[in-house]
Structures are given as C-alpha cells and as structure tokens.
Design a protein around this ligand. Sequence first.
Ligand SMILES: [Zn+2]
Length: 107
Amino acid sequence: MKDELKKEKIRCTCGKWTRPKHFNMEGFKVRGSECPSCGEVYFNIEDANKVFVYNKIKKAALTGKVTKAGNSYVLRLPKALVDALGLSINSTITISVETPTTVKLVI
Ligand SMILES: [Zn+2]
C-alpha cells in the first residue's frame, strides 16, 4: 500500500476495515477508502475540502490586478483562487493567450 494512503484505512461503521484508494472528484485526486463489505465510501477531509473550496469559486467571476514591481509586471490573484488551486509563492503557472481578451492559466 502506498504511504500516502496508509492513514485512509479505517474501521467502517459496519465493523469491517475499509480499502484505501484514490477517487477522482472533478479532476482532483482525493484520498479515501471504500468498505469492501457494505460499499460505504470515506473521503480524506483535507482532499475533499480542496474540492469544496474549488466548487465555491468555480463559477465566480474573479478579478486580478496588474501591478508593477521594479521592471516586472505582477498579476495579483485573489486569495480564494490561490487557496482553491493550492498555489504558493514561487508556484509556476503557464500562460497562453486564447484570444485578444482571453488568457488561459495552467498550473
Ligand atoms: Zn462497511
């Protein structure tokens, strides 16, 4: 069993031990486990919360602001977006221009 899944093995409410596995929720890899007996599913709260935070901002119209720091231009991102995407200082983002007024950021 992979180390990152070791803590996911828990005792199900039916009394059996669950089987740790990864789930795919909206493109996020979520740690969790599934009971082989009753089928009950348990999600890692930290991972599930990332999906929850992402869903909160998914359809929101967020705004960033271009500022200047020395000779560089800086795009300031809303904290909600940074948190939802798990970005941190020095994260690298790929930027591609889609149309003259639309850019795509890929993390
Ligand atoms: Zn069970």
